[in-house]
Design a protein around this ligand. Structure first.
Ligand code: SAM
Length: 219
């Protein structure tokens, strides 16, 4: 899934992945992640997710990366915030209140672009990457995060023969292998998701589970 695929999805308004409500696993598990209070949370491939607003409501600062300018604009418009827009380098930066969204390519980012972050949250980001891109995605995530960073990663599990992703199915063993020995991974929950009436059902998926993992980046 190259960036052009996603840019087009946003231009056409084909954003079935976007949730109008805050992700349940985030609400259930974020408090037990123990991300430093008031610290910045990195949200890779953030779209215009309302989960960022929820994180800000918990007192976190939020640093997102998103390739689509449409998503960035809609995020701030829907919150009725007027961001300052800073140009320069690989990113256009939208800044308002606790939010800093870097519009550009995730793979072009370095730790200096993010600034200090102590937590991270991945929903529909790793699973949006096809299997051949997942190792690079995870390597970049670990390279961007400081040692000691803690976060929540949501994955989806379904029989892969039922549907072509995105989203792609990632099971626990696969996630552990991708993250490698530096990351400490704890499975927190596996929640059945009802696909009835959704795009996923139309693509052939009748049942899937959303799994939530606590991940800590070690030395
Ligand atoms: C499935 S959506 C998930 C969005 C968000 N995490 C959510 O929960 O709604 C994946 C997002 O990743 C963005 N994206 C894909 N490739 C990217 C890249 N290389 N750099 C930055 N953003 C990217 C897409 O534009 C899209 O908004």
């Amino acid at each position: 899934m190259q960036a052009e695929f996603w840019l087009r999805k946003w231009e056409l308004g084909e954003t079935g992945f976007h949730q109008e409500s805050v992700n349940e696993s985030l609400q259930d598990w974020w408090p037990s992640i123990h991300a430093p209070a008031g610290g910045a949370v990195f949200v890779p491939l953030c779209g215009k997710s309302m989960d960022m607003r929820w994180l800000a409501d918990q007192g976190q600062k939020v640093v997102g990366i998103e390739v689509s300018p449409v998503a960035c604009r809609e995020f701030f418009d829907e919150l009725q915030l007027k961001p300052d827009i800073e140009e320069g380098g690989a990113f256009r930066r939208y800044v308002a209140g606790p939010f800093r969204i870097l519009q550009g390519d995730y793979f072009a980012a370095g730790p200096a672009d993010l600034g200090p972050v102590s937590g991270f949250y991945d929903r529909a980001a790793l699973v949006a990457m096809p299997p051949e891109m997942q190792p690079d995605y995870v390597q970049q995530l670990v390279d961007l995060l400081p040692t000691g960073a803690v976060g929540l990663i949501n994955c989806l599990e379904y029989p892969p023969e039922l549907m072509d992703g995105p989203p792609f199915s990632i099971r626990e063993a696969g996630l552990r292998k991708l993250l490698g020995p530096r990351c400490h991974v704890t499975l927190l929950s596996a929640r059945e998701i009802n696909t009835e009436g959704t795009n996923l059902e139309r693509k052939g998926l009748v049942g899937l589970a959303e799994t939530a993992y606590r991940v800590r980046v070690g030395d």
